[in-house]
Design a protein around this ligand. Structure first.
Ligand SMILES: Cc1cc2nc3c(=O)[nH]c(=O)nc-3n(C[C@H](O)[C@H](O)[C@H](O)COP(=O)(O)O)c2cc1C
Ligand SMILES: [Mn+2]
Length: 409
């Protein structure tokens, strides 16, 4: 069986049934889902949540199930990479990096073999208000989809996959914000020709699909091959409804929203509770028109909670091994690099080294900065300190004279 969100939930519960909590009570996607995630987070718990009875954007029972907190604990990412759950520290980052290097070409399957084509809605039939789209935070302007978007390079046809939130502006209209990275560049070039950019928002797939979408790859690399590498099997693709084989979509997705980003159109987007835990401002941003929605008959909508562990860990693990390798060029005896949740898994790095020579700590710290432009604080500790245990790390950064005092006692 090909890997998908369902196979992952089976793997997750096989070892630890308590890692998946099912909620039967009817729930509204506006604030109620975030409230529960936040409550659990405050208690230090992060089970994956499966809501069986969630309303759509008209306030009616949607018929979809909703899954969230899939990435909120590194142990779940270990399971997603077929590791035992106790190998959640550096082993998980190394395994991700190893797999991301192994490119596996996708394969094309027929519509009949593609679960995502069980329900097909094209044109006026495709209605975003049917979906249980979550409004995460109090000041968010709208409900937002926040899974991964795939698109083909308008010049080369090479595929990119990256996370981009999309706000629901109307039943067939989405807004999105693109930082000046790969998807932004695809759109910029399409727009120069006066052409729309076809995109597919993939709502629900195996977590390996989303971890791979956070890998930083050269622009010319096909990220569907990276996804195949991380999954450990070819990604199965099927032509989209609206764009045919110009935009292939994942056959095992739960839901796919096919849309085109319109050239020459800008409208306000935001505010939005950002990955930093603060609100991002309203900006003039591109707009996309929905062309088709396809889904499984009993589809599970995947929600990712931005500004909390769910997003931080998803963004952090794919980058740790890369920095580790960069530090290792200068300090071969580096042991671990951890981006903790307290720094949104990108602003702080805890590095442990098996120090042999004076000065190696400073070299390791300085080596980290040029390779991660968002880094603000680096703490380097000896390898007897667990870089993945924040309390342990923080205990070692008391003023040195106090530590010396301690030695005397
Ligand atoms: C849950 C989540 C949501 C994200 N939302 C956005 C977004 O709305 N806009 C954006 O530009 N980047 C967003 N990002 C960051 C990009 O996905 C990330 O920079 C990615 O590496 C870009 O892909 P690229 O390297 O192929 O350009 C988000 C990341 C995550 C994990
Ligand atoms: Mn890319």
């Amino acid at each position: 069986m090909p890997k998908d969100l369902r196979s992952f939930l089976r793997d997750l519960t096989a070892g630890a049934p308590a890692d998946l909590v099912t909620i039967d009570r009817e729930i509204d996607p506006k604030f109620e889902i975030t409230a529960l995630q936040r409550h659990l987070e405050r208690e230090g718990r992060s089970p994956t949540l499966l809501f069986k009875n969630v309303r759509n954007l008209r306030g009616e029972p949607s018929g979809f199930r909703l899954v969230t907190n899939v990435f909120a604990d590194r142990r779940k990412c270990a399971v997603a990479l077929d590791l035992p759950r106790n190998q959640w520290r550096m082993e998980t980052s190394f395994e991700f990096a190893r797999r991301a290097r192994e490119r596996v070409k996708p394969v094309v399957v027929s519509r009949e073999e593609a679960p995502v084509k069980e329900v097909v809605k094209v044109g006026k039939e495709a209605n975003l208000f049917d979906l249980p789209v979550v409004t995460h935070h109090e000041m968010d302007g709208h409900p937002y989809l926040v899974d991964a978007i795939i698109a083909a390079d308008p010049d080369t046809g090479v595929y990119n996959s990256s996370h981009h939130r999309m706000l629901v502006k109307d039943h067939d209209k989405l807004g999105l914000w693109m930082s000046p990275r790969h998807l932004w560049d695809y759109f910029r070039r399409a727009e120069e020709w006066g052409e729309p950019l076809p995109i597919a928002h993939v709502l629900g797939h195996h977590p390996g699909f989303y971890l791979a979408s956070e890998a930083i790859c050269p622009m010319a690399d096909d990220e569907l091959e990276v996804i195949g590498g991380v999954l450990g099997e070819p990604l199965r693709l099927v032509p989209s409804e609206a764009f045919g084989s110009r935009l292939m979509v994942p056959a095992e997705a739960e839901i796919v929203v096919e849309a085109e980003v319109l050239p020459g159109v800008r409208e306000p987007e935001g505010p939005f509770g950002e990955f930093t835990g603060y609100y991002g401002p309203q900006r003039w941003s591109p707009v996309a028109k929905v062309r088709a929605i396809t889904h499984r008959r009993d589809a599970m909508y995947l929600n990712i909670l931005v500004g909390h562990a769910d997003t931080s860990i998803l963004g952090g693990i794919p980058k740790e091994a890369g920095i580790y390798e960069e530090i290792r060029r200068a300090v071969p005896n580096v042991r671990a690099v951890h981006f903790p949740i307290s720094g949104c898994c990108r602003f702080h790095a805890y590095i442990s080294i098996d120090k042999k020579v004076d000065g190696q700590g400073v070299v390791a710290g300085m080596a980290a900065f040029p390779h991660h432009d968002e880094l603000k604080h680096v703490v380097v500790v000896d390898s007897d300190v667990d870089a993945f245990n924040e309390a342990d790390v923080m205990e070692r950064i008391r003023p040195e004279e106090w530590l010396k005092e301690g030695d005397k006692r």
